[in-house]
Design a protein around this ligand. Structure first.
Ligand SMILES: O=c1[nH]cnc2c1ncn2[C@@H]1O[C@H](CO)[C@@H](O)[C@H]1O
Ligand SMILES: [Zn+2]
Length: 355
C-alpha cells in the first residue's frame, strides 16, 4: 500500500461532522480571553496550560476527558468569545481543507454570565458566517442536550433548535457522561425535534454498551450515531444500523483517550467499514484530543490499513451523511467526487519538479 503523507491528507477535501466548539479552541486564545475577561486559569502559559486542556493517551475514562471542558467553558461566557472561537475553529478546519463542518455545543453551558440562549446561538452563527466569507468552507450547527442535566433543559434546547431551523442550526445531539445517564430520559426533547422535521444524532456506545445505541435509535430517533464503537458487541443491531445506512461518526483518537477502545489497533472502524457500514471520520475535539481531520485519516491509514481508495470512499460517506438539504448535498458531493477522482498523492513540491 503506497504511503500517504500528512500533506496528502490535508489536500483532500473533507468533512468534520462531529466536532465540539468548546473542545476545539486554540490554547493561546484561551489565555487571551482569560486575560481580557479577568478569568483565573489553572496556568498562565501555553505549555503550562496544555496538560489541563489536552488529555493525552493516559486519560482513563470519558469522565476524566470531560474535565478539560471546565477550563474552556470558563472563558466562553461572552458573546465576543463565542464569535471568536467559532471563527477560529472554522478557520483552522478550512486550512486543512475541511469543506463541510457541523459544529456542536450546548448553549446551556454558556450562561454563567447571563447571556440569553438566543444570543449564544447567534454569536456562534456569526463567527461561522465570518469564516465562510473568507474561506471555502460550509458550516452548520448542532445543539447538544446534556445527559446529566435535566430533561426539561433538553426540551428548552430542543425548542431553541426549532427556533433556529433553517437559520444555521441543522441538528440536535445528546452529549456528556453516558454511564448512568440514559438517553431515554430525554426522549421528549428528541420528539420535539423530530416532529419539527429536524435531524438528530446522539453520542452513544462510547462509554456504555450497545443498549445505549439501541435507545438512541429506537427511543430517540437518531439519524446518526456519535462514536458507536460498542456497536461491535451486538451483531443484530449492527445489521440494523447497516441496513438503514445510519452513519457512525467515528473519532478514533478520542476513542483511545476515553478508553472506548483500549488501543488504536482495536478500533472497530476497520471492521465496520469492511462490513459496509456508513462510517465517517471526525475529530471530536481538536484541542482536547490534539488532532485534526487529516491527522485522524493518517491514524486510520497507518494503524488500520486504510488505503487511498478506501479513504476516498470514507470521505464520500462523510459528505453523504451531512445534515444538509438533499439538493445542496448532491451538488457538494458532485464537486467533491470530481476532485477526488483527479487527486494524486505526492507533495505539491514534488509535483512542481515534474512540470
Ligand atoms: O466525546 C464526548 N462524549 C460525550 N460528551 C462530550 C464529548 N466531547 C465533548 N463532550 C461534551 O459535550 C459538551 C458540549 O460540547 C462539552 O461541554 C462536553 O461536556
Ligand atoms: Zn463528541
Amino acid at each position: 500500500m503506497p504511503k500517504l503523507t500528512l500533506q496528502d491528507l490535508q489536500r483532500l477535501p473533507k468533512t468534520d461532522l462531529h466536532v465540539h466548539l468548546d473542545g476545539s479552541l486554540r490554547i493561546p486564545t484561551i489565555l487571551d480571553l482569560a486575560e481580557q475577561q479577568k478569568v483565573k486559569l489553572p496556568a498562565d502559559t501555553v505549555d503550562s496550560l496544555r496538560p489541563f486542556v489536552e488529555v493525552g493517551e493516559d486519560c482513563k475514562s470519558l469522565v476524566e476527558y470531560l474535565r478539560a471542558f471546565d477550563v474552556t467553558l470558563s472563558v466562553m461566557q461572552t458573546y465576543e468569545s463565542l464569535v471568536r472561537t467559532a471563527f477560529e475553529l472554522a478557520e483552522d478546519a478550512a486550512k486543512e481543507n475541511v469543506r463541510y463542518m457541523e459544529v456542536r455545543y450546548s448553549p446551556i453551558l454558556h450562561q454563567q454570565k447571563g447571556l440569553t440562549l438566543h444570543a449564544i446561538v447567534q454569536a456562534v452563527l456569526e463567527g461561522l458566517a465570518l469564516a465562510e466569507k473568507q474561506y471555502p468552507i460550509k458550516t452548520g450547527v448542532i445543539l447538544c442536550g446534556m445527559r446529566h442535566i435535566s430533561p426539561d433543559i433538553s426540551l428548552r434546547l430542543a425548542d431553541l433548535t426549532v427556533a433556529f431551523k433553517n437559520k444555521g442550526v441543522v441538528g440536535f445531539d445528546l452529549a456528556g457522561a453516558e454511564e448512568n445517564f440514559p438517553a431515554k430520559r430525554h426522549k421528549d426533547a428528541f420528539g420535539r425535534v423530530l416532529q419539527n422535521n429536524i435531524n438528530c444524532t446522539l453520542h452513544a456506545g462510547e462509554a456504555y454498551g450497545p443498549e445505549s445505541i439501541h435507545q438512541a435509535i429506537h427511543l430517540c430517533g437518531a439519524h446518526r450515531i456519535g462514536h458507536g464503537v460498542r456497536l461491535i458487541e451486538d451483531g443484530d443491531l449492527l445489521n440494523y444500523v447497516n441496513d438503514h445506512r445510519i452513519p457512525l461518526e467515528c473519532c478514533p483518537s478520542s476513542n483511545v483517550q476515553t478508553k472506548a477502545v483500549k488501543k488504536m489497533a482495536d478500533h472497530p472502524i476497520r471492521l465496520f467499514y469492511d462490513l459496509g457500514l456508513r462510517v465517517t471520520v471526525n475529530t471530536d475535539n481538536r484541542m482536547v484530543t490534539n488532532t485534526t481531520v487529516s491527522r485522524e485519516f493518517q491514524v486510520i491509514h497507518e494503524e488500520l490499513g486504510f488505503g487511498l481508495e478506501e479513504i476516498k470512499e470514507v470521505i464520500i460517506m462523510g459528505f453523504k451523511s451531512a445534515f444538509l438539504p438533499y439538493a445542496l448535498k448532491r451538488a457538494l458531493l458532485a464537486e467533491v467526487v470530481h476532485e477526488l477522482k483527479a487527486f494524486k498523492p505526492g507533495s505539491l513540491e514534488s509535483k512542481k519538479e515534474h512540470l
